[in-house]
Design a protein around this ligand. Structure first.
Ligand SMILES: N[C@@H](CCC(=O)N[C@@H](CS)C(=O)NCC(=O)O)C(=O)O
Length: 301
C-alpha cells in the first residue's frame, strides 16, 4: 500500500494539479476514486465534512485543498523540488490566480459550452456546493467574454516561455507549470472545441505537451474501504508546537469561497500556513484534518 493516498476522480482539474506534482516528484501513490457528486460517505468520514476534491491522506492525517497538499508533498518529499528556480513564495501565490480567476473562466467556458448537456443531478449538486445558482445559460452568455479572459491569461504564459525555456521557471518543471497547466487540461478534456481559444498562441502547444509528458508518477487503485482501514490502523503525526491561543480549544474550520461545510474538532496545530484539527470519528479513531490558512475561516466552536 503506498503511503500517499489521493482521494480524487479522473476528471477533476484540482486533482490534475496534484497528479502533475506527483509526476514531477516521481512518487508512488494510491488513487482513491471518489464520486463526482455527493454523497461521499467515506470521504466525509475522513474529513469531518469537507467534500471537495482532492484530499490527500497519509495514515490518519488528512490534507484538504490542493494548496496545502502541494506544501505537504514538498515538505515530506523535497526532491525533486517543485521550486527548481526558487521563488517558492511567489510561485505558491500563483495558486490564487489559477485556482480562482482562471478556474472560474474555465468553468464558464466548459459548462456554458456544454449547456443542456450538463446532467441535472450535477447541476443540483454544484448549486448546493456553491450555495447559489449553477446557471449554464448565464455561463453560455458569458462565454465570449470568458474566452477573451482565458486567452489573456494564457498570453502571460507565452510571454514567460518566449525566451525558449522548456518550463515556466526554467529547464526543470515545477509547481508554476502544474498550476498553469491544469485549467488548460480541464478545458481541453471537458470541452475540446474551446481549446482553440488558446492553442494557437506561440509556445503553448509544445509546453502543454511537455507538461503532459511528465506523467503522474506511479499510481495504483485503492478502494475507499481500504483507505478507511488505513486511517483506522494509523495514529496522526504530532503537530508542530504552536502558541496560538486557540490551541486545545474546540473550533470549526471551513472554506471561505464554496463548499463551506464546517469541520469541527480540537485545534492541535496552527501555523501561518496551516490549521490542524483533531477529531474522533466513530470506527476510525483519532484523525487530524489539515487545512491551508489562506482561504479558510477559523472560529471557536
Ligand atoms: N481550493 C480547492 C478547490 C477544490 C475544488 O473546487 N474541487 C472541485 C473538483 S476539481 C470540487 O471539489 N468540486 C465538488 C466536488 O467534487 O464535490 C483546492 O485547491 O483543492
Amino acid at each position: 500500500m503506498p503511503e500517499i493516498l489521493l482521494h480524487q476522480y479522473a476528471s477533476s482539474p484540482f486533482a490534475e494539479k496534484i497528479r502533475v506534482c506527483l509526476g514531477i516528484k516521481r512518487l508512488a501513490w494510491g488513487a482513491v476514486d471518489e464520486p463526482v457528486i455527493m454523497p461521499k460517505p467515506e470521504l466525509v468520514a475522513l474529513t469531518g465534512g469537507y467534500r471537495r476534491i482532492p484530499v490527500m491522506q497519509i495514515g490518519a492525517d488528512i490534507y484538504c485543498d490542493s494548496q496545502l497538499i502541494v506544501r505537504e508533498l514538498e515538505r515530506r518529499y523535497p526532491e525533486p523540488t517543485l521550486f527548481p528556480a526558487g521563488d517558492a513564495g511567489l510561485i505558491q501565490a500563483t495558486a490564487l490566480w489559477t485556482d480562482r480567476v482562471v478556474f472560474q473562466a474555465a468553468v464558464a467556458i466548459i459548462f456554458g459550452g456544454l449547456g443542456d448537456k450538463v446532467p441535472a443531478a450535477f447541476i443540483k449538486d454544484r448549486e448546493a456546493l456553491r450555495g447559489g445558482a449553477f446557471d449554464t445559460a448565464g455561463m453560455g452568455a458569458a462565454v465570449p467574454h470568458m474566452m477573451g479572459q482565458l486567452r489573456a491569461h494564457v498570453a502571460l504564459l507565452c510571454e514567460q516561455l518566449a525566451d525558449g525555456r522548456t518550463f515556466l521557471t526554467g529547464e526543470r518543471p515545477g509547481l508554476a507549470d502544474a498550476n498553469a497547466y491544469y485549467n488548460l487540461w480541464f478545458v481541453r478534456s471537458a470541452y475540446p472545441p474551446a481549446a482553440s481559444t488558446f492553442e494557437d498562441l506561440p509556445h503553448i502547444g509544445a509546453w502543454l505537451e511537455r507538461v503532459r509528458a511528465i506523467g503522474h508518477g506511479t499510481s495504483a487503485p485503492v478502494s475507499r474501504d481500504e483507505a478507511l482501514r488505513v486511517a483506522h490502523g494509523a495514529l496522526p503525526a504530532a503537530a508542530a508546537p504552536s502558541s496560538d491561543p486557540l490551541i486545545g480549544k474546540p473550533v470549526s474550520v471551513g472554506a471561505d469561497d464554496y463548499g463551506r461545510d464546517l469541520v469541527r474538532g480540537t485545534l492541535v496545530g496552527a501555523t501561518e500556513y496551516q490549521l490542524s484539527v483533531l477529531r474522533q470519528e466513530k470506527d476510525l479513531g483519532d484523525i487530524v484534518v489539515h487545512f491551508p490558512r489562506i482561504g479558510f475561516t477559523l472560529a471557536l466552536a
